[in-house]
Design a protein. Structure first.
Ligand code: PHE
Length: 346
């Protein structure tokens, strides 16, 4: 009998073989599927087939092997489902399981909201490098040579300058570097915000992290006044928190702005949460701000006699914390789904 004839005989045998219980299924497996079964035995004969026919015969044998295998799977499924098992035959016409969507990260939500509010006020979004030179991060922003922020304890330095060996490249400590790049590259007026990640040499705790996110803003034009700064940030606070929000401007100092003010919003002290967040004062800081120092404008080739501007910077983690009641900064970067799932559908 040729191999093809033998294969046909096995087809008939497979079709005739009753499989109604586990023993019969096992016999089926041994006879047709197993390595010592009838189908595998036929493959042994392939080497004796004339070379020219070998390919075609081989294909026939493979078809037989697949046939036996498919039938085995169907019998197996039938027996298991009769058993109450899970492997019922698959119904390919059923709809697929709905795909589980993740949720948007709270920092992404807060950042998107901040951007949306400022875009409606006519601000555009600018971007810049996270690894920055000392000049863009400090010098151009009027930080004196010996300012404490330039110490290793506060800033991550990346590499030594190739020529003079000074430590020149660093992880930016704020997104103000983008303000400088923008002022160098374009002519005023500017109205832009700079969202991005920033780094400081801090021990990680519930209240501090070595990286976090900021959105800084810059508005430079003729006759920009402190009142514009105040109105802009008041409008922002109303849109972000609530229309009856109360804000206050507290005098402060930054090397790159003069005068400078910190913006606080009123939370009150009536709950444990607001008492804790405001350290018992009722107020919490949401941003630093001020009028751009004339030296900074001059460093970027802008005439401080002709132009004035304001700048501000806020922490996205803090804004998200106030909006969503996040207690511990570390939660933002731990990727714990029990935390992240709470933002589904927001
Ligand atoms: N760059 C400041 C910081 O990181 C924030 C700030 C920006 C303050 C612009 C004033 C003006 O703390």
């Amino acid at each position: 009998m040729s191999l093809i004839e033998q294969a046909r005989a096995i087809y008939q045998e497979i079709e005739a073989m009753p499989v109604g219980n586990k023993e019969q299924l096992e016999q089926f497996r041994i006879r047709f599927i197993g390595r010592k079964g009838a189908v595998e035995a036929l493959f042994e004969g392939l080497k004796d087939v004339a070379k020219d026919d070998r390919r075609a015969v081989g294909q026939e044998l493979n078809t037989l092997k697949n046939f036996a295998h498919d039938r085995f799977v169907v019998f197996q499924g039938q027996l298991e489902s009769a058993d109450g098992g899970v492997a019922a035959p698959v119904d390919l016409t059923l709809p697929v399981f709905p795909h589980q969507l993740g949720s948007i990260h709270p920092l992404t939500l807060a950042r998107a909201k901040i951007i949306e509010i400022f875009e409606r006020m006519g601000f555009s979004v600018a971007d810049g490098p996270e690894i920055e030179s000392d000049w863009y991060n400090f010098t151009a922003l009027n930080f004196p040579e010996n300012h404490p922020a330039r110490e290793m304890q506060d800033t991550f330095f990346v590499e030594k300058h190739p020529e003079d060996g000074t430590q020149d490249m660093l992880l930016r400590t704020h997104t103000s570097n983008v303000q400088i790049r923008l002022m160098q590259q374009q002519k005023p007026p500017f109205r832009a915000i700079m969202p991005g990640r920033v780094y400081r040499n801090e021990a990680i705790s519930a209240r501090a992290h070595c990286f976090f996110h900021q959105v800084e803003g810059l508005y430079v034009d003729k006759n920009v006044s402190f009142k514009d700064l105040k109105d802009t940030l008041y409008h922002f606070s109303k849109e972000m928190f609530s229309q009856d929000v109360k804000i206050r401007l507290r005098p402060s100092f930054f090397p790159f702005t003069e005068p400078s003010a910190e913006i606080d919003i009123w939370l009150g002290t009536d709950t444990e949460e607001t008492y804790r967040l405001s350290k018992g004062t009722g107020w919490v800081e949401i941003a630093g701000s001020g009028m751009v120092d004339p030296n900074v404008l001059a460093n970027c080739g802008i005439d401080p006699e002709e132009y004035t501007g304001f700048a501000f910077g806020m922490g996205v983690e803090r804004i998200a914390q106030l909006r969503y009641g996040v207690r511990d900064l570390r939660l933002y970067s731990e990727n714990d789904v029990r935390f992240l799932r709470q933002f589904e559908g927001i």
